[in-house]
Design a binder for this molecule. Sequence first.
Ligand SMILES: Nc1ncnc2c1ncn2[C@@H]1O[C@H](COP(=O)(O)OP(=O)(O)OP(=O)(O)O)[C@@H](O)[C@H]1O
Ligand SMILES: NC(=O)CC[C@H](N)C(=O)O
Length: 622
Amino acid sequence: MCGISGWIDWSKDISNEHGIIKKMNDSVIHRGPDAEGFWSSENAQIGHRRLIVIDPEGGKQPMVYKNERTGASVVLTYNGELYNFKELKEELVSKGHTFKSYSDTEVILRSYLEWNEECLNHFNGIFAFAIYDERKSTLFLARDHLGIKPLFYCLRGRTILFGSELKVLLSHPKVKPVLDTNGLCEVLFHGPVRTPGCGIFQGVYEVPGGQYIVFSKTRNQHGTIIVKADHRVYWNLKSSPHTDDEETTVQKIKTLLSDSLKRQLVSDVPLVAMLSGGLDSSGLVSLASDEFKKNQETLKTFSMTFENDEKDFRPSVIRIDRDEPWARKVSEYCNTNHHTVELGAQQLLDNILEPMRARDLPGYGEVETSVYLLFKEMKKFGTVAISGECSDEIFSGYHQWFANERYLGFKNFPWLEIAFAETHLYLKKDVLSKLNRTKFLQKNYKECIKSIPYLKGESELQCKQRKLSYLFIKRFIPFALDRKDRLSMKSGFEVRVPFSDKELVEYVWNLPYNSKAIDNIEKGILRRALKGFLPEDALYRRKSGYPSICDNNYFFGLCDLMLKIIDDETAPIHKLFDTERVLNDIISRRDKIENNFREKVLLDYLIQFNAWLKEYNIILNF
Ligand SMILES: Nc1ncnc2c1ncn2[C@@H]1O[C@H](COP(=O)(O)OP(=O)(O)OP(=O)(O)O)[C@@H](O)[C@H]1O
Ligand SMILES: NC(=O)CC[C@H](N)C(=O)O
């Protein structure tokens, strides 16, 4: 993947401000370790950091089209992969376009020249890009359908700033890390599930998936130059009755998934795969290894586990068994070259702040640290990987929620029930009452469910299931993708998610829950579609969550780190949290707590939160 940055200023000449754009661009050097590029003019400074994936020579960026007659340029800075670029190129050639390279980047640029913003309706891929069009004095910011690649921006008067990560914007002197009431509520009450569009810091936003913005320079009635921002949704979930019979549905899912996977194998650099031994990653590994075999190649697969996990493992509602034996079994069945990455408690503690630095926000602790370390290791073997992420959200794999009246009737985001949204329990009383958690969450939830496209004639139960499915796709997926992008890109590693293919999502969205959970098992329809691709027991392995470390040394290590923070009077966290209660309820009782999952999540979050306030010099304004 790449990192993009930019600064458009219609209020003054910024052609000499190279130092600032260089700093913005350098902040995402990890996203694009292979090359850097800049383009500038009187009103624009545009940067690019490149992780080369397709056409090393021809795909350099920013990529510019210059109208020879007028001298006006159209400049593209882009992060992503256009999976259907070969087909689109043929279409564009038939319309008279000529190409200088075989890169997907040039296809994006030429598509814009041909179709303007409508080009988005032709794309299948993962992308976040900016096109500065001197011919029209516009800046076009766009993001892929589900929001797989990131894009943040802010508008200050006649100045527009944009970048792949929040740190790009924070590197510009005009942007300060101010946390107002809304920003604080977001980080405290939603856990890491940020509201799409919200950039946490005051005046900072995100282009949500499936949307674009055109900023244009125009004049108001007094003749003063102003910037107009036109926000548009170009893709969304649409409901229609599902009329295919069972067999047709199974066949269609099989075709859509295998087409998506094949498209996503395109790469000029080594591609590897994650393998948990669960249905989703195993299914993709099986399909991908067949493609590799056609070229006499062996797919490399990777799974993550913990040192001594066999001894320490205790089953829980979330994690019913260990991934490792299943991953090995699937690897043997598919003939992959399998690697196991083993992590220890101390290694996780040593890297505890890395996910926060990757996301520019505090996050979901240990799970994020292990994913980050896994990606870092995988990068030694490849530049691109395939992951089974998002299948659970798309196929409604959370049986415990979809088949449970309590959750179906729940009038809030269901994940607020999980441990990672419990920080409010330890907030100082005056802070909590000032922030009004209930009001914030209710407003946000109501806003979200307002746009659910219910289908006429659906039963009450079906409506509730559609609502839950909508919440997972529109709210939980952006969080999962955001996390995956930042944790992989911190090591310059691109992770692709074939289940998030727009055509597959559009089709599965309209399956009633009963059809998805056919055979009385979560994701039953997907299991039927993957029949013959996996050993029968792996095909019907029940869902077991992402591994969390059972070694108590990790929990004790967290307690020690937290104790140091509590003892430090200057620690910023004291301003917000009742640290005395954390000490009494958790740290002093550390030996007596049996199942410490919730406590681990809380401590992880508080440690990251404290470091975030400190390292980012957060200005609290609430
Ligand atoms: N132990 C693991 N090692 C390597 N990658 C993993 C591991 N666990 C999860 N992943 C990655 O994260 C993704 C999401 O995990 P998740 O547990 O939701 O899915 P899964 O294990 O593939 O399948 P299932 O949902 O059926 O358990 C996986 O598809 C895989 O890419
Ligand atoms: N890493 C990226 O975002 C890649 C951009 C572009 N697809 C290339 O191959 O260079």
